[in-house]
Design a protein around this ligand. Structure first.
Ligand SMILES: Cc1ncc(COP(=O)(O)O)c(C=O)c1O
Length: 423
């Protein structure tokens, strides 16, 4: 038996596989898990109550439930939801869109997979690439290219502050120069808020990227999985929702607390949406109906955005503040920095004095039940076994959405081990 190149590329070990495995892998007997890995969102009771009410309403509405489960939706997604979403964004943000500008996917992870491969790989005589202009970026993208060598990236710039925080910023000159010197870029892509760092690209940075996209006639893919208007896990002001025809906006219902219903929403110009729907037909026939059924009225009535603003964002903001407190308390006296927590559900900690790569540090922490994600996976593509960024093997990503006591205990253990493995 022999796998194809496609088979080998997509079935090899990957960071995202390890991360998803870690979520469910049992630890050694007697070791209590401190789960700071993975990307699972928290259970936010107020939001869950609303989803339960919606489902109960569906169950009590004649045979609507049976009607939902008995039919495939269209490959572009549930038509009623597409209309509702287009109306919502047209009304709220004056985006010039109709249902032909909206497609659903089985999660935004699938959406990104489709989009990356729509715009990279063999294209006529050329091989096109996706440019990630702000490395580190989401681990889940790193292995999504079907063909090898179709991703390229620009290391972020980094500003350090006196209070042990730092912030990644766009190296605009480097991005511009890269585009000037390479005519094989098929699209640019960023997550906003950024997974893993919790950075939020400001409106001005997004406008710069969108203008470059326009100039070079390539789409700017913005992965808005944590962004506005839902789930709205954004803690800074100057970061408004944005869409125009140069932008492909990918959204998700996962981080409002619905990861299991696998619903991604793509907003883009019509040709792109048509292509996404057609890929859905080939890859999956249709998208799941439960997400759009559960969320349609919530979106129409503004409830989804109000839950996001009034329950989800405050919930994560409180968690972020506590996490910052734990880090300051336990790392005091060590050489540490953490990225300003501007959004997402992660804290990204930089340990400059670490004597071993974070891949090894991660394994040491695992023995004590502290599950994290080592930083190396978020820097890609690697060149000669590494990546040209001083943070490459010195960062850990911590998901702070879990139980406070376990987050605190995990951070305490990380700080102890850091002392042991410091220069
Ligand atoms: C930046 C980012 N994009 C996409 C996804 C995928 O989310 P889903 O497929 O559940 O919509 C995640 C999940 O953690 C993420 O962090």
């Amino acid at each position: 038996m022999e796998f194809s190149d496609f088979g080998n590329k997509l079935s090899q070990h990957s960071g995202i596989l390890q991360l998803m495995d870690d979520i469910s892998r049992p630890l050694p007997p007697g070791v209590k898990a401190k789960p700071l890995g993975g990307g699972n969102p928290a259970r936010v009771r107020e939001a869950e109550r609303v989803y339960r009410e919606e489902l109960e309403r569906l169950l009590q509405d004649g045979d609507k439930f049976e009607d939902v489960i008995a039919h495939y939706d269209s490959p572009q997604g549930r038509v009623g939801f597409l209309r509702t979403a287009a109306d919502f964004f047209r009304k709220e943000y004056s985006w010039d869109i109709t249902e032909e500008n909206v497609a659903l996917t089985n999660g935004s992870q699938s959406a990104m997979f489709y989009l990356f491969n729509l715009f990279s790989g063999k294209t006529g005589k050329e091989v096109k690439k996706i440019l990630f202009p702000l490395m580190p970026e989401y681990i889940g993208y790193a292995d999504q290219g079907i063909e090898s060598g179709t991703f390229c990236s620009i290391p972020s710039k980094c500003v350090y502050y006196d209070d042990r925080t730092f912030k990644y910023t766009l190296d605009t000159d480097a991005v511009r120069k890269y585009l000037e010197e390479h005519d094989d870029i098929g699209a640019m892509a960023v997550s906003r808020p950024t997974n893993p760092s919790g950075n939020v690209l400001r409106d001005s940075e997004i406008r710069t990227l969108a203008a470059l996209s326009h100039e070079y006639s390539i789409p700017l893919i913005i992965d808005n999985a944590y962004g506005l208007p839902f789930p709205d896990i954004v803690f800074c002001d100057d970061a408004a929702p944005i869409w125009n025809e140069d932008i492909i906006l990918s959204m998700s219902l996962s981080k409002v607390g619905l990861p299991s219903i696998r619903t991604g929403i793509v907003i883009a110009k019509k040709e792109i949406i048509k292509a996404v729907g057609n890929i859905n037909a080939i890859a999956a026939l249709a998208t799941g109906s439960f997400g759009p059924v559960l969320a349609e009225d919530l979106l129409r009535t503004g409830k989804l955005t109000s839950i996001s603003q009034n329950a989800i964002r405050p919930f994560y903001k409180a968690k972020a503040d506590k996490t910052e407190g734990y880090i300051r308390k336990y790392f005091e006296g060590t050489d540490y920095y953490f990225h300003k927590i501007e959004g997402s559900i992660f804290c990204w900690i930089y340990l400059p004095s670490l004597t071993i790569p974070t891949l090894d540090f991660y394994s040491i922490l695992m023995k004590d039940g502290v599950v994290t994600v080592p930083g190396e996976y978020f820097f890609f593509p690697e060149e000669n076994g590494g990546y040209p960024h001083e943070h490459y093997d010195k960062c850990l990503r911590l998901n702070y959405s879990g139980d406070d006591e376990l987050v605190e205990e995990g951070i305490r253990i990380i700080s102890e081990k850091y002392r042991e493995y410091s220069r």
